[in-house]
Write a protein that binds this ligand. Structure first.
Ligand SMILES: [Fe+2]
Length: 267
């Protein structure tokens, strides 16, 4: 059976939507679900770590229960709407490798790579909240939301490790990354329609997108898939000049399952 990843856009802790996505993944025979940020980790203010446990997040527990029920593991990257304090308390944020949070629920820190079905995936969460002025620090907004230089260094380090591996195998030209799964988009203007109300905040979102671009230019992914803007669109190869060999897919958020999911099959 072919390796098949169902990539899912923003969940925002919406359990009803997440369950529909998980059941669709089961129907399609997916190998795994990859949620690409705004998972909704520890979002509820009631979700404080309980004594002796760093993993308390009611939503994650429900996702773990569902994953075990449908027998499909869930992986996720962070967006800008996660409780980063809790993620740090769980020892998961800014790590160098995947972190199992609960049975069949794995968090993929920024810059981590994995090989799925022979394809190389690079993960890079994080984004800027354009509405942060209306949010409360450590309750509905966290300063860790944006990429920082350590995240970029971690990602480039992993990409370079893969190149070194290719050279040591005797490959004349290293393979690029097959799929780059990110929360933010490399360029705001790529995304049609949505967020135009936030156009005046475009400058504020630039630092995060520039760091993302810095990594993408090195990784040269065949496919880049992102969420965050809640708009389903496709930019064919050649459309986005800085990454001419990259197909870009933007996914919608929680709501309709169809626009918010994408199947990526290993060749
Ligand atoms: Fe987002």
């Amino acid at each position: 059976m072919k390796d098949k990843t169902l990539v899912a856009g923003d969940w925002h802790g919406n359990l009803m939507h997440a369950e529909r996505v998980m059941r669709e993944a089961a129907r399609l025979g997916a190998t795994r679900v990859l949620q690409i940020g705004d998972f909704g980790y520890g979002w509820s203010l009631l979700e404080k770590p309980s004594p002796g446990s760093n993993n308390y997040c009611a939503f994650t527990q429900e996702i773990s229960r569902l994953a075990l029920e449908v027998k499909i593991p869930v992986y996720w990257i962070d967006g800008n709407h996660e409780n980063f304090d809790l993620l740090e308390a769980a020892g998961a944020f800014a790590q160098n490798e995947p972190v199992g949070l609960l049975p069949d629920v794995t968090y993929l820190p920024r810059g981590v790579t994995l090989e799925w079905g022979g394809q190389r995936w690079l993960f890079l969460g994080g984004a800027h909240s354009v509405d942060k002025a209306h949010r409360t620090p450590h309750q509905s907004w966290w300063e860790q939301e944006e990429l920082d230089l350590r995240d970029v260094a971690r990602a480039l380090g992993h990409v370079n490790d893969l190149r070194t591996e290719d050279f040591s195998r005797g490959l004349a030209r290293p393979r690029p990354i097959d799929v780059m799964a990110v929360h933010d988009a490399p360029l705001h203007s790529l995304v049609p329609g949505d967020h135009s109300v936030w156009a005046h905040k475009d400058q504020d979102t630039r630092p995060n997108r520039e760091k993302l671009m810095q990594v993408a230019l090195q990784a040269r992914p065949a496919l880049l898939v992102h969420g965050h803007y809640h708009v389903r669109y496709t930019a064919a190869r050649g459309v986005f000049a800085p990454l001419p060999d990259t197909l870009i897919e933007g996914l919608a958020g929680d709501g309709a399952v169809a626009g918010s999911t994408l199947i990526v099959e290993a060749p």
